[in-house]
Design a protein around this ligand. Structure first.
Ligand code: GMT
Length: 373
């Protein structure tokens, strides 16, 4: 197949997923064209079938806000025409689903198919910003195919947009050869000279990640077992995290690592991963932790229970119940046998349901289905 993929190229689950999908499809012999304003973060090597097309946006002084959406739509149309693409895959509705729709209209190409994958905040965000509502609904409805990254998100799409029949659930995936236990041992030795436990959180530090809760949970855990907290990522609530670290006198035990490229090396030294989000359609970072054999504690009203099996690979608890989250975390960190069991089950559970090969095949099948329609 000849496929165009557009996504947000910066660090963030939707861009990572879109890029990993593009790489996997290229490895399978498909011709894949990534279209964005920047080379997506995970494209780290040359591949014969993988192409990148940069969108350049005119910074003419009249434009207070350079019209990226129009530039992307025009670029997509140009790439489709030049490379005779059969399919455009938009990751994250805003603005990509709209841009793909526009590209199709520009080309007046009825045969070109557009698939939109909804990732989460593209849906929940419109709940708080109604100005996006109509254009998002229109763009989703105009797509030839729609996928959601979890059943939870599918329900949200149905509730919010009354689009209930179309979305196909195709989960996030992880490369289990890359994400596996026991990496980066030197760093672990340096970080934990007294065999402290390692608690981790990876995110873009937006308010919905509830970084304050991460610190609250860690403070309680640390009072029960010697431990360190690794915080990976950057974002608006980094200040909240730093403030709380000061307030709780945790300076020696919390390490801020910023954005990291090879997060798999770090995840694999973890003992526990925390994701107490307010909204989380899936939780790719949690899936990557599970693949590394790291149990996860997350929130129950999100998509997280679709990947974390409560009492088997981690715990899912009500949002804000930091005390119980800490108690469950402590149980795991102080019982080696239980931790080993959870760790083994975590990896097994990922391999049966979220392995890269299985999920990429699901996308391939869906593409074929849409192309046949
Ligand atoms: O987690 C984020 O805030 C990043 C966000 C994104 O759009 O880049 O991630 C979303 O997409 C990921 C890949 O499908 C999901 O695993 C994340 O759960 C989802 N984030 C939220 O729903 C908050």
């Amino acid at each position: 197949m000849r496929i165009g993929i557009t996504c947000h190229p910066v660090t963030g689950g939707s861009g990572v997923l879109a890029t990993e999908l593009g790489i996997a499809l290229a490895e399978r012999g498909h011709q894949v064209h990534l279209v964005s304003y920047e080379l997506p973060v995970r494209v780290d090597r040359f591949m014969e079938n993988l192409f990148y097309h940069q969108v350049e946006v005119n910074a003419y002084p009249l434009f207070k806000y350079p019209p990226y959406t129009l530039a992307l739509a025009a670029k997509l149309a140009e790439v489709v025409k030049t490379w005779k693409l059969e399919l455009l895959h938009a990751h994250y509705a805003i603005p990509h689903a709209t841009c793909c729709y526009l590209a199709k209209q520009l080309l007046r190409d009825e045969k070109l198919k557009v698939i939109t994958t909804l990732h989460g905040t593209d849906i929940t965000l419109v709940g708080s910003d109604r100005s996006f509502y109509e254009i998002t609904k229109f763009s989703i409805e105009s797509s030839d195919g729609v996928t959601c990254v979890s059943n939870y998100l599918r329900q949200e799409v149905c509730r919010e947009f009354k689009i209930c029949d179309e979305p196909r659930v195709i989960y996030n995936f992880v490369d289990m050869q890359k994400y596996k236990p026991d990496g980066c041992c030197d760093y672990k030795r340096k970080l934990t000279p007294n065999n402290e436990k390692i608690v981790m959180h990876v995110s873009n530090f937006r308010p919905l990640k509830r970084i304050g809760d991460v610190l609250d949970i860690f403070r309680l855990i640390r009072s029960g077992v010697p431990s360190k907290l690794l915080l990976i990522g950057e974002g608006p609530d980094l200040g909240v995290a730093r403030e709380r670290v000061q307030q709780y006198h945790l300076n020696d035990d919390v390490v801020f690592l910023g954005n990291q490229e090879n997060v798999e090396n770090l995840l694999s030294i973890g003992d526990l991963f925390l994701l107490p989000s307010e909204h989380e359609s899936f939780g790719l970072a949690a899936l990557e932790a599970l693949a590394c054999g790291v149990p996860v504690i997350g929130t129950s009203h999100t998509g997280i229970p679709e990947l974390v099996e409560d009492g088997k690979t981690g715990y899912v608890l009500p949002m804000g119940d930091t005390e119980t989250m800490a108690i469950r975390g402590l149980e795991l960190l102080t019982d080696d046998e239980k931790h080993r069991q959870f760790s083994r089950q975590a990896r097994e559970s990922v391999s049966t349901r979220f392995d890269r090969n299985t999920v990429v095949s699901e996308y391939e099948t869906y593409y074929q289905e849409i192309l046949m329609r």
